[in-house]
Design a protein around this ligand. Structure first.
Ligand code: EPU
Length: 358
C-alpha cells in the first residue's frame, strides 16, 4: 500500500480541476484495501474512492482519505457454449478493457467504446452509449465493505441498475442489513469499494444499430452485416466528432441526465416547441434530450468564468481554463445552476446533474 500526502488531483479528474488530496492511497490489490482498513490513522477519517475521475466535480481539496483504485488485470474467466465471462480489475481503463475483449474475439462491448473512466466506476453509474448499457453485459462484481472489511459479490439484480444509477449511488439506510454481515439491498454509496467486475459476452452476438448516428455509418459503409470491430470504429468516430477529448479539453461527459416526462408534459412542450427531441420509453414515459433543451435555451458555446458549454454538444460542460489557471468546481456548479434555472423557466423541467459533486 502506497500512502502519499498533499497530492495534486488535477490529472486524476477529467475536468482538470486543480484540487489536492490531503492523503491518497494507491490501491493495487484487495490486500491494499484490507491494509487501509487495518490502519488506525487512515480509518479515523472518512474514505473517498476515486476511479478515473471522469464523473466528478471537485469543489475544493479533498479531506477524506482518497483510495485511488489501481487494481489491474484482464482475463477470460470462463467460456461456455453460450458465451464468455471476462473479469477486469477495477483500475483498468474502461476503453482499454473494451478494446482488449474485441482483440480477443469476445464481442459485445463495442457500442460502449471510448467512454472515459475505469472499469470499477462503470457499474456505479451503469454507463451506457449507443443503445447498450453496462447492465446489458454485466455478470457480477466483487467489492469490499469499507465498514466491516468483508468482501462480497453482487449480481445484476443486487446492483439495482437503472438509467445512470445503481445501488452504489444511494446512501446507506439507517439500519444497514443487520445480521447478514453483507451490505445487501439498497444503499452502498460511500460504503463499499468495487475491486473487480465480470462481464457476460454472449456468443449469439447481434449488432446494436438502433441509434441514428450508427445506422448512418452502416449505410455509408454499404454493409448489411457489420463486424463488432467496425461498430467499435464507428462509435469512436462518432464520439470523437461530437464529444471533447478530456486529454485536450477538460470535461466530465454528459453533465445532466436525460429527463423523463409524462406523455401529457411532452405534448405540452411539443405544442410550444415542435422540434423537441424525445424518445418514448417502454414504460409509457418519454425521455427528452437534455442536450436539446439546453441548446434551445441558447447555452451552446457559452462561457461563464472559465466554465463553458461545449460548442458541439450542449450537454457537456467544459474547462475553458488552462492547466495553471483551471476552472474551479464552484464555477462549473454556478454555470450548471444557471442552465438548470433557464431550462426550468422555459420548459418546467428540472435537470439532474450526472457527476458526483465532491
Ligand atoms: N442535441 C441538440 N443539441 C445539442 C446536443 C444534443 O439538439 O447541443 C440533440 C441531438 O441532435 C440529438 C439528441 O439531442 O438528437 C441526443 O443527443 P446525443 O445523441 O448526442 O445523445 P445524448 O442523449 O445527449 C446520451 C448519453 C451519452 C451517450 C449518448 C449516445 C446521457 C446523459 N448521455 O447523450 O453518454 O454517449 O447518449 O448514446 O444519457 C455520458 O453519460 O457521459 C455520455 C456521454
Amino acid at each position: 500500500m502506497l500512502v502519499e500526502k498533499n497530492v495534486s488531483l488535477q490529472h486524476s479528474n477529467t475536468f482538470g480541476i486543480a484540487a489536492r488530496a490531503h492523503t491518497l492511497v494507491r490501491v493495487r490489490s484487495e490486500q491494499d484495501v484490507h491494509d487501509v482498513l487495518a490502519d488506525h490513522r487512515l480509518v479515523r477519517q472518512p474514505l473517498f474512492v476515486l476511479g478515473g475521475g471522469s464523473n466528478i466535480v471537485l469543489t475544493g481539496d479533498v479531506k477524506p482519505v482518497v483510495l485511488k483504485m489501481e487494481i489491474k488485470g484482464l482475463r477470460l474467466l470462463e467460456e461456455t457454449d453460450r458465451g464468455w465471462v471476462v473479469e477486469a480489475g477495477a483500475g483498468e481503463v474502461w476503453h482499454e478493457a473494451v478494446a482488449w475483449t474485441l482483440a480477443q474475439g469476445y464481442p459485445g462491448l463495442e457500442n460502449m467504446a471510448l467512454i472515459p473512466g475505469t472499469v470499477g466506476a462503470a457499474p456505479v453509474q451503469n454507463i451506457g452509449a449507443y443503445g447498450v448499457e453496462l447492465q446489458d453485459r454485466f455478470h457480477s462484481l466483487d467489492a469490499i465493505d469499507l465498514a466491516t472489511g468483508r468482501a462480497f459479490t453482487l449480481d445484476a439484480a443486487q446492483c439495482a441498475f437503472g438509467y445512470r444509477d445503481s445501488v452504489f449511488k444511494h446512501a446507506a439506510p439507517q439500519a444497514p442489513h443487520e445480521g447478514s454481515g453483507l451490505p445487501r439491498g439498497m444503499g452502498l454509496a460511500g460504503r463499499a469499494v468495487i475491486t473487480r467486475v465480470r462481464l457476460w459476452l454472449s456468443k449469439e452476438w447481434r449488432p446494436e444499430l438502433g441509434y441514428l448516428d450508427l445506422e448512418r455509418k452502416r449505410a455509408e459503409a454499404g454493409t448489411e452485416h457489420p463486424t463488432p470491430r467496425q461498430i467499435f470504429d464507428w462509435v469512436c468516430e462518432i464520439r470523437r466528432a461530437k464529444l471533447p477529448d478530456p486529454a485536450v479539453v477538460g470535461n466530465a461527459g454528459s453533465f445532466f441526465k436525460n429527463p423523463t416526462v409524462t406523455p401529457e408534459q411532452c405534448q405540452d412542450i411539443i405544442a410550444r416547441d415542435p422540434k423537441v427531441v424525445h424518445y418514448p420509453l417502454p414504460d409509457g414515459t418519454i425521455k427528452l434530450a437534455a442536450g436539446w433543451l439546453i441548446d434551445a435555451c441558447g447555452w451552446k458555446g457559452k462561457t461563464v468564468g472559465k466554465a463553458g458549454v461545449y460548442e458541439k454538444q450542449a450537454l457537456v460542460l467544459v474547462n475553458r481554463g488552462t492547466r495553471s489557471d483551471s476552472v474551479t468546481g464552484g464555477e462549473v456548479m454556478t454555470l450548471a445552476k444557471a442552465i438548470q434555472t433557464s431550462v426550468y423557466e422555459r420548459f418546467g423541467i428540472r435537470l439532474e446533474p450526472e457527476p458526483v459533486v465532491v
